[in-house]
Write a protein that binds this ligand. Structure first.
Ligand code: PLP
Length: 409
C-alpha cells in the first residue's frame, strides 16, 4: 500500500460493476478547469447551459432542470423532502434495494408510506400499480426506473397517465438508467425525475441532475420560506409548511438557480463542469445512439455469459440495458472470483445485496464502459478465472458469442 505522502496513483481499473464506472476522459479534463465564483456571469452562463443540456437529456421542456450538489440520493432526498408534507400518503412500489431507500426517506419526512413489494428479479404490471392507486389514493408515488440491486427496469410509460387520473404526483429515480435507457419525461408525464452522473452519464458521483414540472413546482413553492438572512422586502413566502431540510429545500435551490440567483450553498463548481460535460458528450452522440450502444453491450455480454454456461438472473424481458445479474455457479466462491478479476486483470465487477448476497454477480456495461473492448475483456478475464476455479466451460465461447453480436452489423 502507498503511504499518505506518496503521489495519488490509483490502479488503472476497468470498472464493470453497477456503478461507479470509469469516467469519460473528457469529463475528467473538464474537471481540471479553474474555478469561478458562483455569481460570475460566466459561471451563471454555465449554469444555464446545464439546464439547457439536461432538458435534452431528460427529454423535457421543464424550466426547473438543475443540479443538486451531492450523490444521486441527495436528489431523491430533495424531491421527497420538498414534495412530502407531514401525514401525506406516499405509495412506494419496491422491486429492489432502492425502493426500500425511498420508503425510509419518505418516512423520515413524516409520510404515511404504503409499500408494495415484488420479489427481487421481477417488476410490477401496470394493472397492479393502477389498483394500488385506486385503493390507497396517495398524494405521491415514488419509484425507481432501474434498480441496480436487482438489475430490473420497471416499465413506466403508463404510470404518469395513471397518476394524473388519480391526482397523484409521480417521482422517478432514474439514477441508474438516465442516458442508457429511454425515459422521455414529458411524453411519459413524469412530474419529477432525478439521477446521478456515475452510471450511464459517464461521470463521477457527486452531482445529481433533477427536473420538475409545473405540477411539482406548485406543490413546492407553496412551501417557500426564504432564510431570514437573505430575505428581501419583496420576497414571496409560501403559505404551506416549511420544508424540513435546509440543504435539500428545492424552493430555495430553485431561487438559487433562477435569475434572482438567491444565495443558498457554495456551488460545487468542479462537479457542475463535470455534469455539463457528461450531458454535452451524451447529446453529441445522440440519445438514440447511446441507448442502442447500451442495448448492444447488454446483448453481447449476456450472449457471452450464456455461451460460457452461466445462468442469468431475473425476468430477462425487464432487465436493465446497462446492468446484468448472473448466478454464481454452484461450487464457485463468488468473492474469490471477484478478487482474482481485480488483482490479476484490474477488472471490478459487482457483488450483491440483501436476498441476492452471495448468489449473483452484477456486471455493468454503462456510460463510457458500454464499449465492445470493455465487454470482451471482461468476458475473457472471467473465462480464465472460472477455468482456474475448476468450473467446466467451453473456453473462448463467451468472447466469441459477444464478438458475434458486435459483428452483426
Ligand atoms: C436506482 C438507484 N437509486 C439511488 C442510488 C444511490 O445513488 P448514490 O450512491 O449516488 O447516492 C443508486 C446507486 O446505485 C441507484 O442505483
Amino acid at each position: 500500500m502507498d503511504d499518505a505522502f506518496d503521489d495519488l496513483n490509483p490502479a488503472p481499473r476497468l470498472l464493470m460493476g453497477p456503478g461507479p464506472i470509469n469516467a469519460d476522459p473528457r469529463v475528467l479534463r473538464a474537471m481540471s478547469a479553474q474555478l469561478l465564483g458562483q455569481f460570475d456571469p460566466q459561471f451563471r452562463a454555465y449554469m444555464k447551459h446545464v439546464s439547457e443540456l439536461y432538458r435534452g437529456v431528460f427529454q423535457t421542456t421543464n424550466r426547473w432542470t438543475l443540479l443538486i450538489d451531492g450523490t444521486a440520493r441527495s436528489a431523491i432526498e430533495a424531491a421527497l423532502a420538498s414534495l412530502i408534507e407531514e401525514g401525506d400518503r406516499v405509495l412506494v412500489p419496491i422491486f429492489g434495494r432502492f425502493g426500500h431507500l425511498k420508503v425510509e426517506i419518505a418516512q423520515r419526512y413524516g409520510a404515511e408510506v404504503i409499500a408494495l413489494e415484488k420479489e427481487w428479479g421481477q417488476v410490477f404490471r401496470s394493472e397492479e400499480l393502477e389498483a394500488a392507486l385506486k385503493k390507497h389514493r396517495p398524494k405521491l408515488v415514488a419509484i425507481s426506473h432501474g434498480d441496480t440491486s436487482t438489475t430490473m427496469a420497471q416499465p413506466l410509460a403508463e404510470l404518469g397517465r395513471l397518476c394524473r387520473a388519480h391526482d397523484a404526483l409521480l417521482y422517478v429515480d432514474a439514477t441508474a438508467t438516465l442516458g442508457g435507457m429511454n425515459l422521455p419525461t414529458d411524453a411519459w408525464q413524469l412530474d419529477v425525475v432525478s439521477a446521478g452522473l456515475q452510471k450511464c452519464l459517464g461521470g463521477p458521483s457527486g452531482s445529481a441532475p433533477l427536473t420538475l414540472n409545473e405540477r411539482a413546482e406548485k406543490r413546492i413553492l407553496r412551501r417557500r420560506h426564504t432564510e431570514a438572512g437573505l430575505r428581501t422586502p419583496d420576497a414571496i413566502e409560501g403559505e404551506g409548511p416549511v420544508i424540513r431540510t435546509n440543504y435539500f429545500d428545492l424552493a430555495m435551490i430553485m431561487d438559487y438557480w433562477s435569475d434572482k440567483a438567491l444565495n443558498h450553498h457554495t456551488e460545487a463548481t468542479t462537479m457542475l463542469y463535470a455534469a455539463r460535460e457528461c450531458a454535452r458528450i451524451l447529446l453529441k452522440e445522440g440519445l438514440e445512439r447511446a441507448f442502442a450502444r447500451h442495448a448492444r453491450a447488454s446483448r453481447a455480454l449476456t450472449a457471452g455469459l450464456k455461451a460460457m454456461g452461466l445462468a442469468l438472473f431475473g425476468d430477462q424481458q425487464h432487465k436493465m440495458a446497462n446492468v446484468t445479474g448472473v448466478y454464481i455457479p454452484a461450487g464457485v466462491d463468488g468473492d474469490k472470483v471477484r478478487r482474482a478479476l481485480l488483482n490479476d486483470f484490474n477488472i471490478e465487477i459487482g457483488t450483491s445485496f440483501g436476498p441476492l448476497h452471495g448468489r449473483i454477480w452484477r456486471i455493468g456495461t454503462m456510460g463510457y464502459n458500454a464499449r465492445s473492448d470493455a465487454v470482451l475483456q471482461t468476458l475473457a478475464a472471467l473465462d480464465t478465472v472460472l477455468a482456474h476455479e475448476k468450473f467446466t466451460l467451453p473456453r473462448g465461447a463467451g468472447v466469441d458469442a459477444a464478438l458475434a453480436v458486435y459483428r452483426e452489423g
